[in-house]
Design a protein around this ligand. Structure first.
Ligand SMILES: *Cc1c(COP(=O)(O)O)cnc(C)c1O
Length: 373
């Protein structure tokens, strides 16, 4: 089946009692045992599994083309489960431009347990140099947050496979509609489903999807139920509901972002635009090879420094100045002021989550905001 059909049907387990077209929310934390001591419907206790979670995991696995999926209460919990599954002393190669929440998780919570090197992943030679005998994981994020850097998934997978290193790709910005890392050989895909999957900025969640159900995956599955950072049935319901329109929403995000990037690129008050769809992006060709669309996220530098950038963010009317991304509404954010002090994010950078409003209204809004500086 094609992705639009999967998105609508793969997360919908029909309720055989009511024949409801939309699966009900199963709030029960516990499930009745059979006379033989078993669990006739396959459910025992909601931390371990639940019908709404099963539906969500079904559709997630099918969308990414994986054998199985684990859903979590947040994207950070999903990423954290991968880190927890590694033996202490393991070495990780992670992107130099990495989602700051996961980077801080590694630097604070896994400090002294895991060794991390932050490397420019677009530079394959630099990645080779960083490899150690203890390297167990290459963490990819492409496009990256907030600089929209692109790394070559296939090339990194090749490096890793020769050495038995696990590859996990944070696919939050691209979604499986635009990029399918498991087909390019990655072992795991990670998502913050809080973003495009939910799509309406009203539900937090995370996911891991695996290419193969192997021993490493079984460990992650047990971390999910034992550590217990699981999404509630209502969270699962909302995410499944959001996913149904994901392929169509992504088309709109891509179309609007492409137009906004061109507008900004030609604006006299803009110093630079970071969007993989622009021919000027240093890895535009790699993006074109591994993505079917360039996504709905972009960032740009405002001429005149941090103060000018903040002025633009303070002057928008259709956009909302807020963190996060992937909702139907457009957001703009001065990134430097929310990241840790050691961040390499330029002080005059604004990150934009391009929503699904009419593009003319979005351009007009940024246009008037840029006039203020
Ligand atoms: C938001 C985000 C995360 C973390 O997800 P939460 O749901 O906020 O925990 C991880 N990676 C990327 C790229 C993100 O944008």
């Amino acid at each position: 089946m094609k992705i639009e059909t999967i998105a609508i049907h793969a997360g919908n387990l029909t309720d055989q009692n009511s024949k409801a077209v939309i699966q009900p929310i199963t709030l029960s934390t516990t499930f009745e045992r059979g006379e033989d001591g078993g669990y006739p419907a396959g459910y025992m206790y909601t931390r371990a599994d639940n019908p709404n979670r099963k539906s969500l995991e079904n559709v997630l696995a099918e969308l990414e083309g994986g054998e199985d999926a684990c859903s979590f209460s947040s994207g950070n919990a999903a990423g954290g489960a991968v880190f927890q599954s590694l033996e202490p002393g393991s070495h990780i190669i992670a992107p130099d431009d990495m989602y700051h929440g996961l980077r801080t998780l590694l630097n604070q919570v896994f400090k002294g347990i895991l060794d991390v090197d932050y490397v420019e992943l677009a530079d394959i030679e630099a990645v080779k140099q960083a490899l150690r005998p203890q390297t167990k994981l290459i963490w990819i994020e492409t496009p990256s947050n907030p600089l929209l850097k692109i790394s070559d998934i296939k090339a990194l997978v090749q490096l890793a496979q020769q050495r038995n290193i696990m590859v996990c790709c944070d696919n939050t910005f691209a979604t499986p509609v635009l990029q399918r890392p498991l087909e390019l050989g990655a072992d795991l895909v990670m998502h913050s489903t809080t973003k495009y999957f939910g799509g309406h900025s009203d539900v937090l969640g995370g996911a891991l999807i695996t290419r193969k159900k192997d021993a490493a995956w079984e460990k992650i599955r047990s971390i999910q139920s034992l550590a217990g950072a699981v999404p509630s049935p209502f969270d699962c319901y909302l995410t499944v509901r959001g996913i149904k329109t994901l392929p169509y929403r992504m088309r709109g995000h891509v179309e609007n972002a492409g137009k906004l990037a061109k507008f900004l690129q030609n604006h006299p008050k803009v110093e630079a635009v970071f969007y993989p769809g622009l021919a000027s992006h240093p890895n535009h060709n790699i993006a074109a090879g591994q993505m079917s669309g360039f996504g709905g996220m972009l960032s740009f530098l405002v001429k005149g420094g941090a103060e000018s950038a903040r002025k633009v963010a303070n002057s928008v009317q259709v956009f909302t100045q807020a963190t996060s991304l992937g909702g139907v509404e457009s957001l703009v954010e001065h990134r430097f002021s929310v990241e840790p002090p050691d961040t390499k994010t330029p002080q005059n950078l604004l990150r934009v989550s391009v929503g699904l409003e009419n593009i003319e209204d979005l351009i007009e809004d940024l246009s008037q905001a840029l006039e203020k500086v």
